[in-house]
Design a protein. Structure first.
Length: 80
């Protein structure tokens, strides 16, 4: 249970999942879950954990008036 102090204040969560740029290493529960290979499995894994995070915020009644921003970089530098 969250304290009343946490429920009344604004908060910020930053989650930096493993990069899909490399190395591409999905965790074992996600290997073979789709037909897209390691990159797709890693994206599937990240999506799974984002969903769990959003579900948890909802269960804690923290989802109302929430702003969620998803961002990505432009991938690895392949110029070398």
């Amino acid at each position: 249970m969250l304290s009343p102090l946490i429920r009344k204040n604004t908060f910020f969560i930053h989650w930096d999942p493993p990069s899909p740029n490399g190395p591409i290493v999905p965790q074992s529960p996600f290997i073979g879950k789709n037909e897209t290979g390691a990159y797709g499995e890693l994206v599937f894994e990240i999506d799974h954990y984002i969903g769990l995070s959003l579900d948890t915020l909802g269960l804690l009644n923290l989802a109302e008036n929430m702003l969620v921003i998803f961002a990505s970089d432009n991938g690895p530098d392949n110029s070398t």
